[in-house]
Design a protein. Structure first.
Length: 470
């Protein structure tokens, strides 16, 4: 495993980006126009193949998400997107530098429509990347950014495919055109799957909101029950997209970890923290509304072995952990558990009574950490630190436990670093970040995904050079 991204997935990705390139060398239509022209062409093809795969990575295919992890997939999507952007932009730059006659592709006097579309791509690509990297700086609402991101990406893809079909240097054979069309179709179909097929499926299984109540300051427990049949099947630690009082096609779909036990199929519970436009209205919603649940996603789940568990949550990161504890109780498992639960203030600690009851029932120690404690506080004070983690992993046996962490990114970084320093293997550290928009912004796994993307990109550049000197 590389960072939760299985080797076979990385190999498959490389194959899907390089095979369409080398296949075009077969048969007729190949022109030897010098190394740099052919290299520029190859880089363009590889960049386009990567763009085709981008929407597959974000289509929320439950099996992919479950095997690799939505977090890792989005980190990969983000970083591969930057490389694809570089490759596609390098394509005209290298061609024009190698042979200035390629300017004519961008010259409206030669072909107005072609120049319009190709120049459009050259503007749309940086726009796509800049609005993704700095969405919050530009104050773009998440839903509108997501819609625009999809539309821009689909436009770039369609123009790119149309361009390689029209240029025909390498795609004069119908079967080669068919191969690239299949790549493009898979990509557009992934967008269709995410935006149309999946909502249609979700619509067949409506839920009803049966309870909304506060569980801590600005945190609401939302209970939904399936209108008929058993509810969503999920693994403790996974999340789902929840839409309340709207259509499953709505842009207003928010990911929330399931807080209820995975052994309970008559309802789902979510704990939602007021954060922005949508979540701030949760407490005001009347019960009885229809809700739609799309899931379950994410590879973070309750480890099956009973060696031991170190759970570390910060703030609303308690939700997947609560689901795990409730599931351990319902499965009757005897597993030693230490749960470190951090928040700023005492009012922000949720489910206090239930956690205390679980500590009586299970082999569970709850360690609460407050940054700003009241005078009579007898728990830990400050933030989650390396030392705090080390204290709870002091025995050799504990180093062979599994660790699960969920919370603010800086806390997760400290926890991951401390666990690795204590000798816990990365494969035993499970985590989920609560910010899809910033997927890849932090963390040990992010660094490893980056290294993987750099490695794959180097192979692609080398393969393009090989193609050019064929
Ligand atoms: C895997 C995962 C599990 C989560 N679990 C929980 C949970 O159990 N409880 C909880 O309270 N919160 C959870 N969140 C966070 C929750 O999804 C966001 O707080 C919520 O969507 C914010 O919406 P808003 O409109 O109120 O806030 P806004 O102010 O509009 O958004 C705040 C930030 O939240 C993110 N965000 C907004 N809308 C979406 C969306 N539709 N999809 C993805 N991200 C979005 C963006 O990064 C945005 O900048 C989870 C997030 C993820 C990714």
């Amino acid at each position: 495993m590389i960072v939760g991204l299985p080797l076979y997935a990385a190999g498959l990705y490389l194959t899907l980006t390089l095979v369409p390139l080398f296949v075009i060398l077969a048969g007729s239509g190949v022109q030897g126009r010098g190394f740099w022209v052919e290299f520029g062409v190859a880089i363009g093809f590889v960049g386009l193949a990567m763009l085709c795969l981008q929407s597959v990575l974000t289509a929320r295919y439950p099996r992919l998400s479950g095997a690799i992890g939505q977090d890792t997939m989005l980190q990969f999507h983000r970083q591969a997107g930057i490389v694809a952007f570089g490759f596609v932009l390098a394509h005209p730059v290298i061609l024009i530098a190698a042979d200035s006659s390629f300017w004519e592709f961008l010259d409206p006097r030669v072909n107005f429509l072609r120049a319009l579309f190709l120049v459009g791509v050259l503007f749309a690509l940086p726009l796509l990347i800049l609005t993704s990297l700095w969405r919050e700086t530009f104050r773009l609402p998440y839903q509108w950014w997501r819609l625009g991101h999809g539309i821009l990406a689909a436009l770039i893809l369609v123009i790119g495919l149309f361009h390689i079909m029209r240029v025909q240097t390498y795609l004069s054979d119908p079967w080669k055109q068919a191969l690239w069309l299949a790549m493009g179709t898979a990509s557009i179909a992934s967008i269709g799957y995410a935006r149309a097929i999946k909502p249609l499926r979700v619509r067949r299984f409506p839920y009803r909101v049966t309870q909304i109540e506060p569980v801590a300051e600005r945190i609401w427990s939302v209970r939904v029950e399936p209108e008929e049949g058993p509810g969503l099947s999920f693994r403790a630690g996974q999340f789902a997209f929840l839409t309340i009082a709207d259509s499953p096609f709505s842009l207003e779909q928010h990911p929330f970890s399931v807080a209820s036990s995975a052994r309970c199929d008559d309802h789902l519970e979510f704990a939602i923290k007021e954060l922005g436009d949508y979540t701030s209205t949760i407490g005001e919603l009347p019960t009885g509304q229809t809700a739609w649940v799309d899931g379950a996603y994410g590879s973070m789940h309750l480890p099956p072995d009973d060696s031991g568990l170190l759970l570390v949550a910060g703030g609303i990161g308690v939700t997947p952990i609560l689901s795990m504890l409730r599931t351990v109780r319902d499965e009757g498992r005897r597993v030693p558990i230490v749960f470190i639960y951090a928040a700023d203030r005492i009012d922000e600690l949720a489910y206090t009574a239930e956690l205390d009851a679980l500590a009586q029932e299970l082999d569970l120690t709850v360690v609460r950490v407050l940054a700003d404690p009241p005078p009579d506080w007898n728990g830990e004070v400050g933030f989650v630190t390396d030392d705090l983690i080390a204290n709870h992993l002091s025995t050799e046996a504990a180093k062979q436990w599994h660790a699960v962490t969920c919370g603010p990114p800086p806390m997760m970084e400290v926890v991951e670093r401390a666990l690795l320093a204590e000798g816990m293997p990365l494969g035993r550290i499970h985590s989920e970040r609560f910010d899809i928009g910033a997927a890849g912004a932090v963390g040990r796994r992010q660094a490893q995904v980056r290294r993987l993307v750099i490695g794959l990109s180097a192979v692609m550049v080398a393969a393009s050079a090989l193609f050019a000197s064929w």
